[in-house]
Design a protein around this ligand. Structure first.
Ligand code: PLP
Ligand code: TYF
Length: 398
C-alpha cells in the first residue's frame, strides 16, 4: 500500500542541524534551529529544572494516567503566568487550559476545535510567519490567508498595511498573532498597535489567536504578555497557544498549554468537553513529565526565583548579542544599516541578505542559517562574532 507515496522534503529548519553536525570546519556556526545556546554553544538543562526534577522524583508516587486535560494545578499556574494573577476572565471561569504536547500540540488542538466550531473559518497569519503554522493549522482543514506584517525595506512592522487587511476580517474568522518575539522576523507590535488590534477585534468580531512561544525572552514575563492581557480585557473570546520549550528549556519534554477564553462559563464547559473529545481522538492524553516540572517550579517560590534569574540571563545574553553583532558589523565596514538587529527582540532576525548570499555563508563559510536569512541570535558568541561579522561583510559584497 505504501508504494504510492511520494517522498517529501524534510523540515528545512531541523534539516540544518544535521548539515551543521556533519561539517568539520572548526569555525562553523549554527544559527539555524531556534534553541537557546550559551557562550559555549550548549543548551544546558536549567538549574531550576534539574532541582525540580529531583523534587518531583522524590514526590512522585504513581505513573497512572493523567487524563486529557493534564494536571489541573499546572494548568492553573500557567493561566496565572499568561493572563496575570487574578485576571477577571480567569476568576469568572471563562478561561480554560489544557496541557498539550508542546506549543505545536496546542496549535493543532486549537485548529481542530476551530474546525469543529466553524468548518469554514479562515485563520489569518502574518506574512511572514513560522513555517510550521501552515501544516499545524492547515492539516486540520482550516483555510489560511496572510496579512502583511514585516516590511523588509524598513525592517519594521508595516502596521498600516496590516490593519488595512484586517479591517475586512469578520466574526467566525481568526487572526493569529505572535505574543512576543516574532518568529521569524523579530519585529513586535507596540502597545499602541496592540490596542488598535484589540479595538478592531472587538468591533469586527474576529477571534484573536495568540501563539506565545517565547514569553520572557523579549522584555520580561509580564511585559511580553502585554498584548494577551490587553486582548483578554477587551474582547469576549480568544485563544492562546503557549509553549514551555524555550522559557523553561524543556524542548524535548513537549510541555505546552492551550488556553481558551470563552464568552461565558457555559461556553467554556462546552468547549472543554469538545477539546477532551478531540484529544481522545488524537493522543488520548498529554505527556506528563515536562508539565510536572513546570508545575513544580511555579509552585515553589524558591524554584520560581531561580527560574526567573536563569530566564533573565538568557534574555540579557540575547540582547547583548544583538548589540554586539550590530557593533561588529559597523566596525568591519558592513554596507548598510544593521541597527534593526539591536532594535528587534527575541531569538530571531532576518539578516536581510538574498538566497545566494545565504548559500555562500553556508557553503563557503560554514555559517548555517535558513534560506530566508533568519538567524538564531543565541547561536552567536563572543568567540565567533568576529568571524560571523567578517563573513557577512564578505557576502554582502557579492
Ligand atoms: N510557535 C512558535 C512561533 C515557535 O517558534 C515554536 C517553536 O519553537 C512553537 C510555537 C512551538 O514549540 P514547541 O512545540 O516545541 O513547544
Ligand atoms: O523556528 C524554530 O527554529 C523553532 C524550533 O519543526 C523548531 O521554533 C523548528 C522546526 C520545528 C519545530 C521547532
Amino acid at each position: 500500500m505504501f508504494e504510492g507515496l511520494t517522498a517529501l522534503p524534510a523540515d528545512p529548519i531541523l534539516g540544518l542541524s544535521a548539515a551543521y553536525q556533519a561539517d568539520t570546519n572548526p569555525k562553523k556556526i549554527d544559527l539555524g534551529v531556534g534553541v537557546y545556546k550559551d557562550e559555549q554553544g550548549n543548551t544546558p538543562v536549567l538549574k531550576a529544572v534539574k532541582q525540580a526534577e529531583v523534587e518531583y522524583h522524590n514526590r512522585e508516587t504513581s505513573k497512572v494516567y493523567i487524563g486529557p486535560p493534564g494536571s489541573a494545578a499546572a494548568n492553573e499556574l500557567l493561566q496565572a503566568l499568561i493572563f496575570g494573577a487574578d485576571h477577571a476572565a480567569v476568576s469568572a471561569g471563562r478561561v480554560r487550559t489544557i496541557q498539550t504536547p508542546g506549543g505545536c500540540g496546542s496549535l493543532r488542538n486549537a485548529a481542530e476545535l476551530i474546525k469543529k466550531a466553524n468548518p469554514s473559518a479562515t485563520v489569518w497569519v502574518s506574512d511572514p510567519t513560522w513555517a510550521n503554522h501552515i501544516p499545524l493549522l492547515g492539516n486540520a482543514g482550516l483555510a489560511i490567508k496572510t496579512y502583511p506584517y514585516y516590511d523588509h525595506a524598513t525592517k519594521r512592522v508595516n502596521f498600516s498595511a496590516m490593519m488595512d487587511t484586517l479591517k475586512d476580517v469578520t466574526k467566525g474568522d481568526l487572526v493569529l498573532l505572535h505574543g512576543c518575539c516574532h518568529n521569524p522576523c523579530g519585529a513586535d507590535l507596540s502597545q499602541d498597535q496592540w490596542q488598535a488590534i484589540a479595538e478592531l477585534a472587538l468591533q469586527n468580531g474576529f477571534t484573536p489567536f495568540i501563539d506565545m512561544a517565547y514569553q520572557g525572552f523579549g522584555e520580561g514575563l509580564d511585559q511580553d504578555a502585554y498584548g494577551i492581557r490587553l486582548l483578554a480585557d477587551t474582547v469576549p473570546e480568544m485563544i492562546v497557544s503557549s509553549s514551555c520549550s524555550k522559557n523553561f528549556g524543556l524542548y524535548r519534554e513537549r510541555a505546552g498549554a492551550l488556553s481558551i477564553m470563552y464568552a461565558s462559563s457555559a461556553d467554556a464547559d462546552k468547549g472543554q468537553s469538545n477539546l477532551f473529545s478531540l484529544v481522545r481522538g488524537m493522543y488520548s492524553m498529554p505527556p506528563n513529565h515536562g508539565s510536572a516540572i513546570v508545575e513544580t517550579i511555579l509552585g515553589s517560590p524558591n524554584l520560581t526565583a531561580t527560574w526567573h534569574k536563569e530566564l533573565a540571563e538568557m534574555r540579557e545574553r540575547i540582547k547583548s548579542l544583538r548589540a554586539l553583532l550590530n557593533q561588529k558589523l559597523q566596525e568591519k565596514g558592513a554596507e548598510g544599516d544593521f541597527s534593526f538587529i539591536e532594535r528587534q527582540s527575541g531569538m530571531f532576525s532576518f539578516l536581510g541578505i538574498n538566497k545566494e548570499q545565504v548559500h555562500s555563508l553556508v557553503h563557503d563559510y560554514s555559517i548555517y542559517l535558513v534560506d530566508s536569512s533568519r538567524i538564531n541570535i543565541a547561536g552567536i558568541s563572543l568567540a565567533n562574532v568576529d568571524y560571523l561579522a567578517e563573513s557577512i561583510v564578505a557576502v554582502l559584497k557579492k
